[in-house]
Write a protein that binds this ligand. Structure first.
Ligand code: HEM
Length: 144
C-alpha cells in the first residue's frame, strides 16, 4: 500500500444525527414554549379549572419533559411517569373541540414567540395540531 492510498491515521467517527430537540435549541427552547403556553392557560376560564393543582408549575414541568422526550431529548418523562398513554391520561378531563381550540390558541402564541426557522416551526406546529385533535374525548357540550 502506497502512502497515498493509506487510510487516514485517525478515521473520522460517523457523527450522531442531530435531533430536532437539539436543532431548535434544546431545553431552553422547550421551557420557553411551555412557560408561554401555561401563561395563557392560567388566564383561560375554560382550561384553568381543569388543572387540579393550584400551582401550574408541576403540570408545566410534565409537558416540558414529554415534549423534550418526543423530539429526541432526554427521556426523563418516561423515567418519571412511565409510558405516556396521553389519550388515556386525558380521559378524566372534558376535552371537547372548544377546549382543544383554546389549548391550540395558547400553543400557537407560544410557538410564534419562539421565532423558529420556518421548517422547524411547521414541523412542531403540525405535530401539536395532530396531537390536540387526537386528544378530544367528547363532543358533548360543557358539563363543567
Ligand atoms: C386538546 C386539549 C388539551 C387539554 C384541554 C389538556 C389538558 C390537560 C390537563 C388538564 C392535564 C392534567 C394536568 C397535569 O396534572 O399534568 C394534562 C396533562 C398532560 N397533557 Fe394535556 N391537554 C390537551 C392536549 C394535550 C396535548 C396535545 C399534549 C401533547 C402534545 C398534551 C400533553 C400532556 C401531558 C404530557 C400531560 C401530563 C401527563 C402526565 O404525565 O400525567 N396535552 N393535559
Amino acid at each position: 500500500m502506497t502512502e497515498d492510498s493509506a487510510p487516514p491515521a485517525v478515521s473520522p467517527r460517523p457523527r450522531e444525527p442531530i435531533t430536532f430537540y437539539e436543532e431548535v435549541g434544546g431545553h431552553d427552547t422547550f421551557v420557553r414554549l411551555v412557560d408561554t403556553f401555561y401563561a395563557g392557560v392560567a388566564e383561560d376560564e375554560v382550561l384553568r379549572p381543569m388543572y387540579p393543582e393550584e400551582d401550574l408549575g408541576p403540570a408545566a414541568h410534565r409537558l416540558t419533559m414529554f415534549l423534550e422526550q418526543y423530539w429526541g431529548g432526554p427521556t426523563t418523562y418516561s423515567e418519571q411517569r412511565g409510558h405516556p398513554r396521553l389519550r388515556m391520561r386525558h380521559m378524566p378531563f372534558h376535552v371537547d373541540p372548544d377546549a382543544r381550540d383554546r389549548w391550540l390558541g395558547h400553543m400557537r402564541h407560544a410557538v410564534d414567540e419562539l421565532d423558529l426557522a420556518p421548517l422547524h416551526e411547521t414541523t412542531l406546529w403540525d405535530y401539536l395540531q395532530r396531537a390536540a385533535f387526537a386528544m378530544v374525548n367528547t363532543f358533548e357540550g360543557p358539563a363543567r
